[in-house]
Design a protein around this ligand. Structure first.
Ligand code: HEC
Ligand code: HEC
Ligand code: HEC
Ligand code: HEC
Ligand code: HEC
Ligand code: HEC
Length: 294
């Protein structure tokens, strides 16, 4: 039913979650409100206490891996030595239904991912929505910062070989900031995305806000920009004159998909000007350039 793992959580997944809830056997409790212990429903089952069938009990325990479910219910969760198949209550599809466990409601990506303990406060990374949604850069997939699991059994996700239960591991190697590192508490270093556009080296801290100049120097000084930037900007040539596929002014990103996408778009406002990757050719700002190096 599903193709490859989605890059962002989709509305489709959200609607699938509704299908799952509505097709669960009616004798089982639906998700109880936060704080409901569920202790008053049903007898104890196997090693589990009474009320275990409630989502706030076994569901939360599964997400926090309070017990290693797979050790008894099987590495495929189809019964194992416990003889009870998770899919006997959860219809097929739950294993790839990303928003069922993660989905927030900020926008159609399912962002931000909910905190794993079901609390609505204390999110470890409040900037999720800004990253997976834009608007000053492309909508990034989870893979920019995490290994992207294909389903709940993907190694390292939660049930199988996850040696840091209930902690989301940061892994930059699949994204633009491949050499970046994470020090915990929303603190990133050596990342391309928060750098000056000329390689890795940027740093970012959760909670801070970023203006244009924080990454590549303010428009007036162009101190962090390469080659002939400084000279041109002092002559009054502005960003949009040479980067019109990206910005509409010195402070406005017009096409987020072209900004912090791993590629510098050089596109001139002046017709007849061209850029070959290292030099400029043509007539602009009253000057003739003949293959002038940047
Ligand atoms: C007796 C029926 C039953 C069995 C067996 C069962 N579940 Fe559940 N589970 C439920 C119901 C009902 C819910 C609440 C419905 C919902 O949240 O959509 C739930 C909720 C969950 C949730 C919470 C999702 C969330 O984010 O709120 C997780 C995780 C979960 N189950 C995992 C498992 C695993 C893993 C197994 C097998 C080891 C399992 N369940 C076996 C009935 C069952
Ligand atoms: C030590 C082994 C063991 C572990 C670990 C374990 N289970 Fe079970 N579980 C069982 C057995 C045994 C049963 C009872 C099977 C039966 O008689 O139907 C059971 C039953 C269940 C049921 C059915 C409850 C009901 O009322 O019908 C759910 C749901 C469940 N387990 C979820 C989980 C989840 C989620 C985890 C991990 C957080 C987990 N279990 C870990 C052994 C285990
Ligand atoms: C720009 C980087 C970035 C992107 C993109 C990103 N994350 Fe995260 N994510 C983080 C950071 C940082 C944390 C906090 C880790 C910590 O310190 O515990 C985190 C934590 C989480 C958590 C733990 C829940 C919480 O907030 O406590 C989950 C689950 C998660 N991310 C899932 C996702 C999913 C799913 C996507 C794609 C829709 C995604 N992330 C995209 C950086 C990112
Ligand atoms: C049954 C609940 C559940 C489902 C369904 C689920 N996840 Fe997760 N996911 C978790 C939990 C719990 C974590 C917390 C971190 C951990 O234990 O590693 C997590 C962590 C993550 C992370 C952070 C990296 C990591 O592994 O720590 C990403 C990204 C992620 N999930 C994406 C997805 C995607 C994409 C899907 C759908 C294909 C999905 N998840 C389905 C429960 C779930
Ligand atoms: C006269 C044309 C011109 C103007 C004006 C200009 N740029 Fe550029 N810019 C370029 C060219 C050409 C490159 C490609 C350099 C390379 O790849 O060696 C570039 C590259 C960049 C890069 C990639 C990193 C770097 O330093 O090479 C950034 C970031 C950037 N420009 C931002 C800006 C901003 C912000 C402004 C306005 C304050 C601006 N540019 C104004 C021509 C210009
Ligand atoms: C968090 C860091 C960051 C912030 C904030 C930022 N940029 Fe950039 N910018 C980059 C990086 C990295 C590049 C390198 C090229 C790429 O990947 O698109 C870039 C490239 C550019 C370019 C070159 C054209 C291109 O397509 O790459 C222009 C022009 C530019 N930025 C303008 C701006 C403006 C205007 C703002 C403020 C609205 C801004 N930037 C804010 C990091 C940033």
């Amino acid at each position: 039913m599903r193709a490859a793992a989605p890059q962002t959580l989709s509305l489709f997944a959200a609607s699938l979650a509704l299908v799952i809830v509505s097709t669960l056997p009616s004798c089982y409790p639906s998700k109880p409100p936060a704080g409901d212990s569920g202790q008053d429903t049903g007898p104890s089952v196997g090693p589990h206490p009474a009320g275990w069938a409630a989502a706030g009990e076994h569901g939360l325990a599964a997400k926090l891996q309070d017990l290693e479910c797979a050790s008894c219910h099987g590495l495929d969760l189809l019964g194992g030595s416990a003889g009870r198949d998770c899919d006997s209550c959860h219809p097929s599809g739950w294993r790839t239904d990303c928003t069922w466990c993660h989905g927030g409601v900020d926008n159609s990506t399912g962002a931000p991912p909910l905190d794993m303990d079901d609390a609505s406060t204390g999110l470890s990374f409040p900037e999720h929505t800004a990253h997976v949604g834009g608007p000053r850069h492309p909508a990034y997939g989870c893979v920019e910062c995490h290994v992207m699991p294909a389903d709940v059994l993907t190694s390292g996700h939660l049930f199988v070989e996850d040696d840091s239960a209930a902690v989301a591991e940061l892994t930059f190697s699949g994204g633009l900031a491949a050499t970046g590192s994470y020090a915990g508490s929303g603190s990133c270093s050596n990342i391309y995305c928060h750098g000056d556009g000329r390689g890795a080296g940027g740093t970012a801290t959760s909670g801070d806000s970023y203006d244009c100049g924080d990454c590549h120097g303010d428009a007036g000084s162009a101190r962090d920009l390469s080659g002939e930037h400084r000279e041109h900007i002092h002559e009054g040539v502005v960003c949009v004159d040479c980067h019109r596929d990206t910005v509409s002014s010195d402070t406005q990103i017009a096409t987020p998909d072209n900004h912090v996408n791993g590629h510098v778009e050089v596109a001139f406002g002046e017709s007849g000007m061209s850029w070959n990757g290292s030099s400029c050719d043509g007539q602009c700002h009253g000057e003739r350039h003949s293959n002038e190096r940047w």
